[in-house]
Design a protein around this ligand. Structure first.
Ligand code: FES
Length: 75
């Protein structure tokens, strides 16, 4: 889960290029793109789409729901 100024986002934690954990190798740019620093793949945080290779498939994105004071990820 990623928290930005405009809210929370939930995407899977694995880059589809070589299976790196994005929580370790990833970074989020100000334009809401996730960069896998391992080999340079770039994904759109909002829909998981591939912006730049070498990844061959997009990231899964998950819906979030606020329930009272909890934030729940819908898997
Ligand atoms: S593992 Fe992410 S770009 Fe290679």
């Amino acid at each position: 889960m990623i928290r930005l100024e405009d809210g929370f986002y939930a995407v899977e934690n694995t880059c589809h290029h070589a299976g790196c954990r994005l929580s370790f190798y990833g970074g989020v740019r100000k334009d809401k793109k996730i960069v896998c620093t391992r080999h340079g793949a770039v994904f759109d945080l909002k829909d998981g789409a591939i912006i730049e290779g070498p990844a061959q498939s997009p990231l899964k994105v998950y819906s979030l729901r606020v329930a009272n004071v909890e934030l729940r990820v819908e898997l």
